[in-house]
Design a binder for this molecule. Structure first.
Ligand code: ZN
Length: 422
């Protein structure tokens, strides 16, 4: 199987040559940032000629989220002529600002066009965009890629779910792009409004911006009768488009001519071997406005393979993101991630895909689940047992009526910390 590609000369570039291109671009990127006094200072004496190999790159200091916040607004910016600002939706402190030059906006369109083609999307598709258009990168990223591809775009943005369903049906959308949990909202509103999902022409979904389990993915694919693709990327890297999984669904292809990724131990920062989970570290190779040199993303994943994929692409493949280091919950000395709970819960029929975990004083965790009309009341006990077997923790599982758990307007809120004693 060899699939269509947007830029086959780069996506299927022989690996040795791809690594050569990475090194060349990494050196150009370090030369560029070293011209800025703030970067020269934080890189403490590194000189342009010091990066002779990718191993040398892996000895440069990490860049942290705190440094980017402290650099607000333009402290670590390295471009000359900005055309656009995007920023993170930080709830506390300064947001992380990413200024885009004209070349950055073009680069974004390029990697997003590759993502669409990897998901089997063509110029004949109608692409319905539901992430918001604004400071958040989602809406514009999907928009630029779709324009580059030459597809028809329906740039609805966030909210107005009933209208979204109507437009998808009437404008014959074939591709849905969304924050990963938004399809749940679409399905819920379709049920409430007795909207006939079989009138939709959707065939592909491209979802990201949140970690979503394979179990949630299977539910969305079944209920919307689509094939989904997992896209990654964040404000700091320039928005969605860092990588996507292809039809082979054998890991997320990273566009390595634009991004250099490493996996490190989240505590010590030491490199992790392929196959071993750790924190994703991203360097940008072509971004001008906010170049990243070894940025600690806090996302957890692992390298699945560096071998060519059946689709013909030669880029490294990452596992789907499993969570973020900041999402880790520690109760009675046991560490776990919300996604582990999600996966176990969704294996049971009768409960909805929305869930919320409340952390209470005294090491109590209350897992709130929505019972569907056909739900067996004994399910709470079964889920509690499953969670206990998997996590070696007794969590308090409670069922509630559908619609009880608050639906956040953007990313889903899965954990509420009500502890007064930490
Ligand atoms: Zn592939």
């Amino acid at each position: 199987m060899s699939a269509a590609m947007w830029a086959p000369e780069l996506e299927a570039l022989e690996r040795e040559r791809l690594l050569g291109l990475q090194l060349e671009r990494a050196r150009a990127s370090i030369e560029r940032v070293l011209r800025r006094p703030a970067w020269a200072k934080r890189l403490g004496g590194v000189r342009p000629g010091d990066v002779r190999s990718l191993d040398d790159w892996a000895r440069l200091p990490f860049l942290t989220k705190a440094e980017l916040r402290d650099a607000y607004p333009f402290g670590l910016a390295a471009g000359d002529d900005y055309r656009r600002i995007h920023m993170s939706s930080g709830t506390t402190g300064n947001p992380i600002v990413n200024p885009y030059t004209a070349a950055d906006v073009a680069q974004w369109g390029e990697v997003m066009a590759r993502c669409y083609v990897a998901a089997g999307v063509t110029a004949s598709d109608v692409i319905h965009i539901t992430p918001s258009f604004g400071l958040f990168t989602g809406g514009f990223g999907f928009h630029y890629g779709a324009e580059r591809l030459g597809a028809m775009v329906v740039p609805v943005g966030a909210g107005r779910t009933a209208l979204q369903l109507k437009l998808m049906r009437d404008l014959r959308a074939t591709v849905l792009t969304a924050i990963a949990t938004y399809p749940l909202r679409l399905l819920e509103v379709a049920r409430e409004e007795r909207f006939d999902l079989s009138t939709l022409a959707l065939r592909v979904g491209i979802f990201g911006s949140e970690t979503w389990s394979d179990e949630l993915r299977a539910r969305i694919e079944r209920d919307l009768a689509i094939r989904t693709h997992d896209i990654i990327g964040m404000t700091e890297t320039g928005g969605p488009g860092l990588g996507i999984d292809c039809a082979a669904r054998a890991g997320i292809h990273v566009w390595e001519d634009h991004y250099l990724v490493e996996i490190v131990d989240p505590v010590s920062g030491a490199p992790r071997a392929d196959g071993v989970e750790g924190e994703l570290v991203v360097s940008t190779l072509t971004r001008e406005g906010l170049p990243l040199v070894r940025y600690r993303t806090r996302d957890l994943t692992r390298v699945l393979s560096r071998a060519p994929c059946v689709c013909g692409r030669t880029s490294l493949r990452l596992d789907r993101l499993r969570g973020r280091t900041d999402d880790m919950v520690i109760v009675k000395g046991v560490n776990f991630y919300p996604q582990q709970v999600e996966r176990l819960v969704l294996r049971h029929a009768g409960v909805g895909p929305e869930y919320q975990m409340a952390l209470e004083d005294g090491d109590r965790v209350v897992v709130l689940l929505e019972a569907q009309p056909d739900c067996d009341p004994a399910i709470a006990a079964r889920i509690r047992r499953d969670l206990h077997d998997a996590l070696a923790l007794s969590l308090d599982v409670r069922l509630c009526a559908p619609g009880t758990i608050e639906r956040a307007p953007g990313k889903a809120v899965r954990v509420i910390d009500r502890r007064t004693i930490r």
